[in-house]
Design a protein around this ligand. Structure first.
Ligand code: HEC
Length: 159
């Protein structure tokens, strides 16, 4: 009698163990899936291609710009201290006026430099590329940020 109860108890705990294992497994599975999705949301090759198409003719392929004419995006104190919405507004609607980047004065005009056919995701991706690959900053930029920048509109010229 005692022995039978003991046997049933162990069987019960075993099936509980199985359930827990299943729950744990499902948890880990979704965790991995989630991590995969976040990693995939930054596609470096695509980001690089877009940067080269949209920005490199002025800011150069390596992002160092041309001293006195086109400010650098690589190791740019302006990018590093700036706000991502402000940077997006510049990309979407252009920027002009006096701007000081790494101690150098630029007095130029950047017109709208992102192609009208680009999606908000792609525009966000270009800025993420500038942050990650040129300034070693892990800043998340989303299509929501781009929509916010669109709403806020064109920047007033720098004084
Ligand atoms: C036709 C040339 C040209 C292109 C193409 C261009 N820019 Fe610019 N960019 C400029 C100029 C000129 C300035 C300085 C504007 C000023 O004097 O106010 C500037 C300034 C900037 C700044 C702020 C200063 C700095 O260097 O940190 C950022 C950020 C920027 N550009 C990002 C971009 C991005 C991203 C792209 C591609 C989507 C792009 N630009 C394409 C000419 C260009």
């Amino acid at each position: 009698m005692m022995l039978k109860k003991f046997y049933e108890d162990t069987r019960n705990t075993q099936s509980w163990n199985k359930k827990y294992r299943l729950i744990l497994f499902a948890f880990l599975f979704f965790l991995a899936l989630f991590a995969g999705i976040t990693l995939l949301s930054y596609d470096k090759e695509r980001a690089k291609k877009l940067y080269l198409e949209q920005c490199s003719k002025c800011h150069r392929k390596d992002g160092r710009g041309i001293k006195g004419v086109y400010p650098p995006l690589k190791n740019s104190d302006y990018v590093q201290n700036g706000d991502k919405i402000e940077l997006l507004r510049g990309m979407l609607f252009g920027r002009s006026g006096k701007i000081i980047v790494n101690g150098e004065v630029y007095y130029g005009v950047m017109i709208t430099e992102v192609d009208k056919s680009l999606s908000d995701e792609d525009i966000a991706l270009i800025l993420m590329y500038v942050y990650k690959e040129m300034n070693n900053m892990d800043v998340e930029v989303t299509s929501k940020d781009v929509q916010r920048a669109r709403k806020e509109g064109k920047l007033p010229p720098h004084k």
